[in-house]
Design a protein around this ligand. Structure first.
Ligand code: TRP
Length: 331
């Protein structure tokens, strides 16, 4: 009998303990939901795809929007003062991590805080943009994903589709760090491969039409780097180029969809997914200072058959097959 009382006493104590555990308010046992600020420079299909990919990547690593992560998404509409106020807003609300989509956004975030982790969402040249000490050892609160395009394979593809090409034009925005960095690399490559390259620069979308008009009468094909301004106004460039039957070879898949002819491209959505995953790792405690920049190496063949028809260009079978098997075909 004594033993039974003893057992009952133990049981009562145990249940009481369990009850106390159970009835504790949530805030004491669960961590508060982390906040991630996402700052996108402007809307164009590539950056929009990266944004979507980020949400997917966070979810893949267990962070679901409005469940266990709060996203504060801001679009700066390509305006420098917006970038500044929006970055300050994230710092004020004590964001746990901030993601910059496109170079100017990342720079604004890095300027706004030296301790909140900043994750780079598809930044071409993190070191060149002064965002990290080195790609291997970023060193501060900034790390992320680069969208550096496979320029050499892209040039080879242009030569394959345009074997009689005499002059290749390149158009980019002089104030766009990402595009300018690529222009320099691409120009060096063309020199090495004995391709005649003619460069055309714009200041904004306002002069795109005029510069494009001039360009299409002087070149046989056009290359476009990851330029945020041109990416937001592809229709203007493409309609001008189509009128003269000059093909446009852009650096990315989304710009092929918007009227480019072909490219070997890093999948923009996938860049976003990688950015989201890296952000998740940082929320779980990874230190940006010693997290290397992630480079996506694998290019995918992307072609636009409507454009090929419009331009009267026959794409090589090998290119079409590669796009059908491992890439994307826009019709
Ligand atoms: N790399 C660009 C930057 O650093 C952003 C970007 C990603 C982009 N994908 C793109 C720009 C496609 C134009 C087209 O600013």
């Amino acid at each position: 009998m004594k033993r039974l009382y003893g057992l009952i006493a133990i049981l009562v104590v145990f249940l009481g303990f369990a009850f106390v555990q159970e009835s504790r308010p949530d805030s004491a046992t669960k961590k508060p939901v982390p906040t991630v600020g996402i700052l996108q420079l402007l809307s164009h299909p590539a950056l929009d795809a990266i944004h979507k990919g980020i949400i997917h990547g966070l979810a893949e690593e267990g962070y679901h929007v409005n469940k266990n992560v709060k996203i504060d998404f801001q679009n700066a509409q390509n305006d420098q003062s917006n970038l500044k106020t929006m970055s300050a807003r994230f710092v004020d609300e004590k964001a746990d991590a901030m993601i910059g989509i496109a170079t100017p956004s990342a720079q604004a975030l890095a300027n706004a805080s030296s301790n909140i982790p900043v994750v780079l969402g598809a930044i071409t040249d993190p070191k060149g943009a002064d965002l990290v000490h080195s790609n291997e050892h970023p060193g501060n609160n900034v790390t992320g994903v680069s969208d550096q395009a496979p320029l050499k394979s892209q040039l080879k593809l242009i030569q394959k589709i345009m074997p009689k090409m005499q002059t290749l034009g390149i158009i980019y925005t002089s104030s766009d760090d990402s595009a300018t960095a690529q222009y320099h690399q691409f120009a060096a490559l063309c020199k090495q491969e004995h391709v005649r390259l003619k460069a055309y620069t714009i200041a904004s979308t306002n002069d795109l039409n005029q510069v494009a008009q001039q360009m299409v009468s002087q070149v046989d094909a056009i290359y476009v780097p990851t330029d945020n301004t041109v990416a937001s106004a592809m229709q203007t460039l493409v309609s001008t180029a189509n009128a003269k039957k000059v093909p446009v070879f852009p650096a990315v898949d989304t710009m092929v969809k918007a009227g480019g002819l072909a490219t070997l491209s890093i999948n923009q959505y996938k860049l976003g997914v990688e950015t989201g995953k890296m952000t998740a790792a940082i929320l779980k405690g990874k230190n940006p200072a010693d997290t290397p920049i992630h480079f996506e190496r694998q290019g995918e063949m992307t072609i636009n058959l409507t454009q090929a028809k419009k331009l009267g260009i026959t794409l090589p079978d090998s290119v079409i097959q590669e796009a059908q098997k491992h890439g994307e075909v826009f019709k």
